[in-house]
Design a binder for this molecule. Sequence first.
Ligand SMILES: [Fe+2]
Length: 195
Amino acid sequence: MCDEYYPSPVCFNEGCMNAITNHITFEFHAAFKYLYMGAVFGQYIKERPGVAKFFLEAATEERGHGIQMMDYLNMRGFEYNENFRFSKDDLWKINGNHVTDTSDLVSLKIREALQEAVNMEIDVTEKILQVVAKCADDYHAADVFTNPILEEQYTGLRKLQGAIRTYDALIKGNSGNEELAEFIFDKKVLKGEIL
Ligand SMILES: [Fe+2]
């Protein structure tokens, strides 16, 4: 769509801009989910400060992606007035239940949260690929969504998958003592040795 301020050589492709607008929802959804997981592991009953810090930082990062995308639409002169809706039902669940009860928290494993993060990031990556496809006629938008955005997805996914591998190795190395393995894992995350 072009107008007097955005002549045809620089105007945007509406299908591409709409795809970006719709994608912003998933970035904020990821931000809320990470915020929730960070809050869960930060509670005294779990006391995993490393993992809590990682998830809270991931939440900030996802929120940053959403803002980065809004800035991009702005830069291209696209007017958006989307209302984003979020439900607590979209947040993290274990066995179909939101993790709020003390008993759920006690039995909760870091590995389940990491796996949830991997699943979500794979889903977001697939959605970014769809945005790139819808922006095939808008070279700059397709470029921005490929690098840095897609690049960061693959890097982040690789780190999460590596962290799960390290987690499993720690369990094995501590003869199945998951509490001790979790404690060591969390300390390593806090020191920046994992993730
Ligand atoms: Fe993101």
